[in-house]
Structures are given as C-alpha cells and as structure tokens.
Design a protein around this ligand. Structure first.
Ligand code: CP
Ligand code: NVA
Length: 301
C-alpha cells in the first residue's frame, strides 16, 4: 500500500494490522512512552477546507513520533494561483516524506497521488473520509471487541463519510444499513464496490428500519463542507433523520452512538443523545490520532 485515497485501498488484514498498531501506540502514549520512529521526517498537510480534528491529530501524531508537520493552506500556496496539482506534487515529493490533503474534489487528491513519489493520504474529499473510518473501526473494536455479527446503522446524508463507512464495513465484514431521504443515497459505485467485496449493504428511506436492533448508530452533519448553498433544502429534507432518543430506543440496549464531528445538536443529532450515555463521540475524536499514527508509520517509517 502506497497511498490511502479510498478506504478500499486497504485490505481486511491491513486494517486489522493498523488497528493493532494503533492500540499499541495508544497504550504507549498513556504510559508516557515516546517513540521517535519518524525522526527527521516531515509531513505536508494541504487543506482546502476547515478542520479541527484532522489537522490537530495529524500534527500531534507527527510530533509524538519525532517528526514534523507543516500546515499548508491551499489558498496560500501557488496552487491558489494556478500552479498545477502535478507540479505541486512533484515538488513536494522532493522535500517531504508524506502528504495529507483535504480537498473539495476527490480528483485533486487522486491527482496528487498519481504524481507523487511519496505516500498521499486523503484527509477528506467530497467522496470519502478514510482516516475517519479507520479511527471509527478502532473505537468500535474497543467497545464491541470485534466486528462479527454487528449491525451498523447510518442515518442521514449518504455523504463522503458514509461512502467510506460502507467500504470499511464491507472490509471488516460488518453489516451496514443506510437510512437517507430519496436523493441523498450514498454513491452507487461505492455500494456496488462494497457488495463486490462481500459486504452486506442495505439502503432504505426508513430510519426505523435501519436502526432496529442496531449495535452502532452513526450521524454526520446534514450540510457538508461544499454543500452550503443547499442548506435550507437539506435541513428540510433531512429533518426526519435526526438521531434522537426515540431512535436510540429501537436499537440494542448497549448501542453506541457515533458522530465524526463537528456536530450540530438539534439537527442531525439531539443534544440529549449527543451528550448521553450511549455517545462515544469523543473517543472517536481521540482515536483519530492513534489510528493515524499507525497509518503514518505504515506508510512513512
Ligand atoms: N471529523 C473530522 O474530520 O473533523 P475535522 O473536520 O475537524 O477535521
Ligand atoms: N461530511 C462532513 C464531514 C466533516 C468531518 C463534511 O464533509 O463536511
């Protein structure tokens, strides 16, 4: 594996290996044990969009591993003045040991990878968010021990995070049900790809059907970065898809409620559920750092 552009760039065994590494790195950090496995190595972090978790978790991960991270706002780069993605990628490959990129168009991160001689990691595009799902699998394994016989219910917009979740579930052999309004379905090619991997994927318009007896409920924002022009329509269309106490009641009693964050209480998730006993959202956020450390080591060490 050279790049991580799509969740499907990972195999089942690579995911398990990364989760095992992440668990070990997490435990070491808690004991205050430092490692310098990426000493003197620099990671470039290109951002076209805002970020709290991704930026900070990658930067701290690099620091903890003895390396260095450079935050590169795409607007401040020559990219913003018309330098090509391929030239940018060739040049950065001469300085750095790895690149992460958060972009509007999935094609941008693909082009970066195609023209790079160093690993490129998708730090969120309009199509996928593999780093999020890798960390989420770590969180699920912490709470449920393994993935066998679990039912994962996604409720809301079939967006970038949903696409990666569908592929991630297929790769670890976990059933996924997606409940979304008509017109908000996840990408058909992703669903097809997941099914070809042996994934059990159900798409429905009925949140109650998806959530019944679920082990995991997952929410994400209704208005993703780049969708701001559709805000009003999205809030109306997605209103019946809020994860609230009524839906949680239909799931298993030990259901965990997940959200990649940032959250909008009162929209995709009620405050009561977000801040309630089933919520594991801050563990997920923490696990971004541990999972990404494993990924950086695998790709850059
Ligand atoms: N979940 C996530 O990627 O958060 P940020 O947008 O804050 O990076
Ligand atoms: N779907 C959201 C995820 C944010 C981490 C977005 O793309 O804005």
């Amino acid at each position: 594996m050279k790049h991580l552009i799509s969740m499907a760039d990972l195999t089942h065994d690579e995911i398990i290996e990364l989760l095992d590494m992440a668990e070990d790195l997490k435990e070491k950090r808690m004991r205050g044990k430092v490692t310098d496995l990426l000493k003197n190595k620099s990671l470039g972090m290109i951002f076209e969009k805002s970020s709290t978790r991704t930026r900070v978790s990658f930067e701290v991960a690099m620091c903890d591993l003895g390396g260095h991270a450079l935050y590169l706002n795409a607007k401040d780069m020559q990219l913003g003045r018309g330098e090509t993605i391929s030239d940018t990628s060739e040049v950065l490959s001469r300085y750095l040991y790895g690149i992460i990129a958060r972009v509007y168009s999935h094609d941008t991160v693909k082009q970066l990878a195609e023209n790079s001689s160093i690993p490129v990691i998708n730090a969120l595009s309009d199509h996928e968010h593999p780093c999020q799902i890798l960390a989420d699998l770590l969180t699920i394994r912490e709470y449920k021990n393994n993935f066998k016989d679990l039912k994962y219910a996604w409720v809301g917009d079939g967006n970038n995070v949903c696409n990666s979740a569908i592929l991630g579930c297929a790769l670890v052999d976990m059933e996924i049900l997606v409940a979304c309004p008509p017109g908000y379905e996840p990408d058909a090619d992703i669903v097809e790809q997941a099914r070809a991997l042996g994934g059990k994927v159900t798409i429905t318009n009925d949140p109650k059907e998806a959530v019944a007896n679920a082990d995991i409920l997952y929410a994400d924002v209704w208005v993703s970065m780049g969708d701001e022009d559709e805000r009003e329509k999205r809030l109306t269309d997605l209103a019946p898809y809020q994860i609230n106490s009524e839906l949680v009641e239909l799931a298993k009693p030990d259901v965990i409620v997940m959200h990649c964050l940032p959250a909008h209480r009162g929209e995709e998730i009620s405050a009561e559920v977000m801040d309630g006993p089933h919520s594991v959202v801050f563990d997920q956020a923490e696990n971004r750092m541990h999972a990404q450390k494993a990924l950086l080591l695998k790709l850059m060490a």
